[in-house]
Design a protein around this ligand. Structure first.
Ligand code: ADP
Ligand code: ZN
Length: 596
């Protein structure tokens, strides 16, 4: 067996080398003679060229003496205009595909690596009999980052200072475990990081390992639970054994909820033995830690509410650290961290961008900066400007534009009218978030979007604001009704949000007088919290209050739309024509129509 693999990998290496050699030889004798750009221009102007071929920014042609010549054209030149002016035949070609064998090689590379990896693996285990090694199913599959390779430090994590403070002690411990042991201090074995996706939980865990200079094992909870019964538990065992060998170290389990969900919850409970076994093994391993094992388990989840309480008991994940979405100051810091190595224009004001991105997670901010850098390159711009950042923000906020989706003219008009309805109502009612931009270019799943941005961070929301938000959400459907006298499915998402918001106002925020200042939690199949018990009368009262609230928002919004039909019309037309309009455009339209 081993010999076979040894030979195989030898052959593979030989094959690889000859492929590259072949490619190199084929390429190197350049058949084109390079000509300076100024030479090229002279030839064009003197009429020596009759036809050329352009690939990317390389122009090539056949010279009068039969040699093939080419020149590289500077990006800012007007070469094309000149060529066309001289009646030269211009053929443009897409840049050539990489040769087929390189493509084939790329698609085979993983298998090659696998083969080579297997070879070294079987070499290493040479001493201890052949059995068992093939059965690598039960191996943990965790990824290991050694301290030499880990580059992430606490400085890379921004905007979540409290969470950073909370983990400082863990770094201390991992650096000097002996000091803590001598002092007789109780060391946490498990830390649970919880918060929305993309807030930097994984990043923080990596930074802890990076700062402490210890190995970092990481695995996702969903990797434990696969189809074969018993594999999960054995993977957990293996992971902890590996960890103890490398102590002090960190074991990071992402998406712990995949294993650690409440044992009696979920549909058809008792059905998932595999998960339960895995969870039990995890509990056993954590309980089995000795004070001098020096392994710290960090887990992350965004569904802390559904975790099995057994996981949170003392000695397990008894330290819980919330990793929140960043506030405006935090967002500014995160943006700056990610823009560290990019050239930034003088007009860039990070605070403005931070203000305009409420609710963005660290991951979204990172991708905003990344999009901006891509845009900068695509536009051949020298630095990231404010305008580029705005475009990048839109892209992250609304998903990439889907210009290719085919929309009929009528659909386009209806969508424009719908968005104009949202815009009009938001514009006319006081206290709503200002409309920032409206578009009928399809993005993600939405046909159109009306983007409102709060002027500042809102922490407590008052009833008027919420009520006017309901009106704004209903404005789209109402405009369609009034202009086209029919309903479309386009408002489905709006109506979802209306129902959700109205119910919250009544049940969670005590904003209905008849129901009173009390909370009523509905049952949630995923939550371990039971629904609050309420009488049938209360349930009926709640339903009627929610309905009343929505009806009165509907009436208010309808009044606004009916009163300003001329503005609605003008906004719709502008949207159909320009597809995207901004706050300034809207202001101009409102002023103009109002002056008539
Ligand atoms: P989570 O694990 O909470 O889902 P991640 O840690 O995987 O989120 O975050 C994804 C990426 O987003 C990170 O690699 C980083 O680039 C960026 N990011 C998220 N939060 C922050 C933050 N607080 N500071 C800096 N970058 C962040
Ligand atoms: Zn809508």
């Amino acid at each position: 067996m081993q010999k076979f693999y040894k030979n195989l990998s030898l052959w593979l290496i030989v094959a690889l080398a000859s492929l590259f050699l072949f490619h190199y030889c084929k390429q190197s004798p350049d058949r084109h003679h390079a000509v300076a750009y100024t030479e090229f221009l002279k030839k064009v102007d003197s009429g020596a060229l009759t036809s050329v071929t352009i690939v990317d920014n390389t122009v090539s042609w056949k010279a009068t003496d039969g040699t093939l010549q080419q020149t590289v054209v500077p990006l800012t030149s007007d070469a094309l205009q000149r060529l066309l002016g001289k009646n030269v035949t211009v053929r443009a070609e897409a840049s050539s595909q990489p040769p087929w064998f390189l493509l084939a090689l790329l698609s085979w590379l993983p298998f090659l690596l696998l083969g080579v990896g297997w070879f070294f693996y079987s070499q290493k285990g040479g001493g201890q009999g052949g059995g068992g090694r093939v059965m690598a199913f039960g191996k943990s599959r965790a990824r290991l980052i050694n301290p030499e390779e880990s580059k992430i430090k606490l400085d890379d994590v921004a905007g979540i200072d409290e969470a950073k403070d909370e983990v400082a002690e863990i770094i201390d411990f991992l650096k000097k475990p002996q000091k803590f042991v001598e002092a007789g201090a109780r060391i946490p074995t498990g830390v649970l990081l919880y918060g929305e996706p993309g807030t930097g939980k994984t990043l923080l865990a990596k930074a802890i390992a990076g700062e402490a200079g210890v190995p970092f094992f990481s695995i996702s909870g969903s990797n434990f639970v696969e189809m074969y019964v018993g594999i999960g538990a054995s993977r957990v065992r293996d992971l902890f054994n590996e960890g103890k060998k490398k102590a002090p170290c960190i074991i990071f389990i992402d998406e712990i909820d995949a294993v650690g969900r409440h044992r009696s919850s979920g549909a058809g409970s008792g059905g998932n033995d595999e998960r339960e076994q895995t969870l039990n093994q995890l509990l056993v391993e954590m309980d089995g830690f000795e004070a001098n094992d020096h392994v710290i388990v960090i887990a992350a989840t965004n569904r802390q509410d559904i975790l099995d309480p057994a996981l949170l008991r003392p000695g397990r994940f008894d330290r819980q650290v919330m990793v929140p979405l960043p506030d405006v100051g935090g967002r500014e810091k995160i943006l700056k961290v990610h823009a560290r190595n990019t050239k930034i224009g003088e007009d860039v004001n990070w605070q403005t961008i931070a203000k305009g991105t409420p609710g963005f997670s660290g991951a979204q901010l990172a991708s905003l900066v990344n999009e901006a850098a891509l845009l900068m390159t695509r536009r051949n711009s020298r630095a990231i400007t404010m305008e580029i950042l705005e475009a990048a923000k839109d892209k992250v906020l609304m998903g990439a534009e889907r210009r290719s989706l085919i929309i009929t003219d009528r659909e386009k008009r209806i969508t424009a009218c719908h968005e104009a309805g949202h815009t009009l109502v938001a514009w006319m009612l006081p206290g709503t978030d200002p409309v920032h931009k409206v578009t009928i270019i399809p993005r993600g799943r939405a046909l159109g979007v009306t983007m409102q941005l709060p002027e500042e961070e809102r922490n407590a929301l008052d009833r008027t604001y919420l009520f006017h938000t309901l009106c704004t959400l209903l404005g789209g459907r109402i405009a369609e009704e009034i202009k086209f006298n029919q309903m479309t499915t386009g408002a489905g998402n709006d109506l979802d949000r209306v129902s959700d918001l109205a119910r919250k106002m009544v049940c969670e925020w005590g904003m209905s007088e008849a129901v009173g200042p009390m909370t009523f939690r509905a049952s949630n199949p995923l939550s371990s919290q039971p629904a609050q018990i309420m009488s049938e009368q209360t349930a009926m009262l709640i339903d009627s209050e929610v309905k009343k609230l929505v009806q009165s928002a509907y009436d208010t919004a309808r009044l606004v739309v009916v009163d300003h039909q001329d503005i609605l019309e003008a906004l719709t037309t502008a949207l159909v024509e320009q597809e995207t309009i901004t706050r300034t455009d809207i202001q101009a339209i409102v002023d103009q129509v109002g002056a008539r």
